[in-house]
Design a protein around this ligand. Structure first.
Ligand code: IPM
Ligand code: MG
Length: 369
């Protein structure tokens, strides 16, 4: 069968390459067993790209990303590149590819697998069955607002400047992603802002209110971000879909991630606008970073990246059955007691990155029958 889906793989730095290797195995398995075939190109991003080309986002990577149907990324960054000037650091590559591909909608599910409910730092009954979807705006807000920089004042003091800006169309665009998801899920959308202090988010709230009439099946609520941070650890199950700005989403998604017990479990999708034919740019990546402290030891948890690949199947290729099967395989492997170091609990079997990947494949074999 001819390769019909073009993927760009960006392993990146630290544990990125190790966890991506396990996704390759899942893809090889699918190539053999399912009616689908992937054409994979590999590219450079982050520190690895800096070492090879001097740029954290080489032109070739960007061109390949634009022509791919979907991009799967590992992680970027590490101590090796921390001393580089700000503009040259690996993270610029990640922010650059998000911006260049127009990936404005970042979907970060925080799901607690039953088998891992004990790994959460919160009490079992607070997190058991938790299933939140955080929708983070990803190409605007204070991350990209102008003016920005560090100035030297006439008296020699320095002044750091970043600007929180949103236009109403940017808010509407991300707001509708939140409403659409809420419609398909539990029917609740909580928009998070700081409308008691920041005018930008006063407007954010007004825009959310102005479009809610288009979604009669969704109940819209608003919450200030400080309260949201508290509510996330007080009673996380009150949330279904959350929609928020770039920076609030960055912070709250790490908080939500920890509710699940491990950052090593969480996938994400970053989506662009659909064109007339329904095609849209998309990048999938685990929420965890490059974890330089454990890189190269073969102990990283590959599940967040494998689950990111499942999101890729679901959102870029409409392959919900295959995505469900991968999610189920992860659930079963955990229920069977296998744990990588990050989610290790007493009485469970500690396994390597590779063994976890292998276990997913044998579980897929079983599920496929
Ligand atoms: C994330 C990360 C990035 C961000 C960094 C690495 C630039 O924290 O994806 O949440 O702040 O968006
Ligand atoms: Mg972050």
């Amino acid at each position: 069968m001819p390769a019909n889906k073009k993927l760009l793989f960006l392993p990146g730095d630290g544990i990125g390459p190790e966890v991506m290797t396990q996704v390759r195995r899942v893809i090889d398995w699918m190539d053999n067993k399912r009616q689908v075939s992937f054409d994979i190109t590999e590219g450079l991003i982050g520190g690895a790209a800096i070492d090879a080309t001097g740029s954290s986002l080489p032109d070739e990577t960007l061109a390949d990303a634009k022509s791919a149907d979907a991009v799967l990324m590992g992680a970027v960054g590490g101590p090796k590149w921390e001393k580089l000037p700000f503009e040259q650091q690996p993270e610029r590559g990640l922010l650059g590819i998000r911006k260049e591909l127009g990936l404005f909608a970042n979907l970060r599910p925080a799901i607690v697998f039953d088998a891992l409910a004990d790994a959460s730092s919160l009490k079992l009954d607070l997190v058991k069955g938790l299933d939140i979807m955080i929708v983070r705006e990803l190409t605007g807000g204070i991350y990209f607002g102008e003016p920005r920089g560090i100035e030297v004042l006439p008296d020699g003091r320095r002044k750091g400047i970043n600007t929180l800006t949103y236009t109403s169309d940017e808010v509407e665009r991300i707001g509708r992603v939140g409403f659409d998801l809420a419609e398909k899920r539990g029917g609740k959308l909580c928009s998070i802002d700081k409308a008691n202090v920041l005018e930008t988010t006063v407007m954010w709230r007004e825009v959310m209110e102005s479009i809610k009439g288009d979604y009669p099946g969704v109940e819209l609520s608003h919450m200030y971000v400080d309260n949201a941070a508290m509510q996330l650890v007080r009673n996380p199950k009150q949330f279904d879909v959350v929609v928020t700005t770039n920076m609030f989403g960055d912070i709250l998604s790490d908080c939500a991630a920890m509710l699940t017990g491990s950052l090593g479990m969480l996938p994400s999708a970053s989506l662009g606008e659909a064109d007339a034919s329904g095609r849209r740019a998309a990048l999938y990546e685990p929420v965890h970073g490059s974890a330089p402290d454990i890189a190269g030891q073969g102990i990283a948890n590959p599940l967040a990246t494998i689950l990111s690949f499942s999101m890729l199947l679901r959102y870029s290729f409409d392959m919900a059955d295959d995505a469900d099967m991968i999610d189920k395989a992860a659930e079963n492997v955990l229920a069977g007691g296998l744990r990588t170091a990050d989610i290790m609990e007493e009485g469970k079997a500690r396994v390597s990155t590779e063994t976890m990947g292998e276990a997913i494949i044998s579980e897929l074999e079983k599920l496929a029958g």
